[in-house]
Design a protein around this ligand. Structure first.
Ligand code: FEO
Length: 171
């Protein structure tokens, strides 16, 4: 069993990770609609990663004898002004998720829940990568997507992203 405060936050994180998957699918849908299939693909891979994160939180709760309580997932705010907007919204969202993981970490620390702190270590590192990727996408867009040819090439580059399962495995 876990401390109730920690357990509640971990449960909320399951929802947040599924929301992240939902948000990135919405972004993928936007790019599909704009025929930017590389951008679409990049966000579909991102969606898969978020689903994996949700499942890791689920498994951790179950492994510690906690109930997993699924709650309603909010619909993302749809509609983007331009090709860059999802990229900046993605970075903002990752910063929000980082803050959320940090909040759980703080609660675990306060409650001397060293096991949860160790579990969260993977996510602390992962969030660093997530923010960097999102930031890189914005920088690349600014550098290369200023004309149709550059946009086409960036789209092709995004097409090459390969999904890999998370390095953290919970049985
Ligand atoms: Fe689940 Fe993008 O962090």
């Amino acid at each position: 069993m876990l401390n109730p405060e920690v357990s509640k936050l971990l449960n909320e994180q399951v929802n947040k990770e599924f929301y992240s998957a939902y948000l990135y699918m919405d972004m993928a849908n936007y790019y599909a609609d704009q025929s930017l299939n590389g951008f679409e693909h990049w966000f579909i891979v991102q969606m898969q990663e978020e689903r994996d994160h949700a499942l890791l939180f689920r498994q951790y709760l179950l492994n510690n004898g906690e109930q997993v309580v699924l709650t309603q997932i909010a619909g993302p705010e749809s509609g983007y002004k331009n090709f860059k907007e999802p990229l900046t919204k993605a970075l903002e969202h990752e910063q929000f998720v980082t803050a959320s993981i940090n909040t759980i970490y703080e609660a675990a620390y306060k409650n001397k829940d060293f096991r949860t702190m160790q579990f969260l270590d993977w996510f602390i590192k992962e969030q660093g990568e997530e923010e960097k990727n999102a930031d890189d996408n914005i920088k690349r867009y600014d550098l290369f997507a200023g004309d149709p040819k550059g946009l086409y090439m960036l789209d092709n580059e995004f097409k090459a992203r390969v999904y890999t399962a998370p390095s953290l495995v919970l049985d």
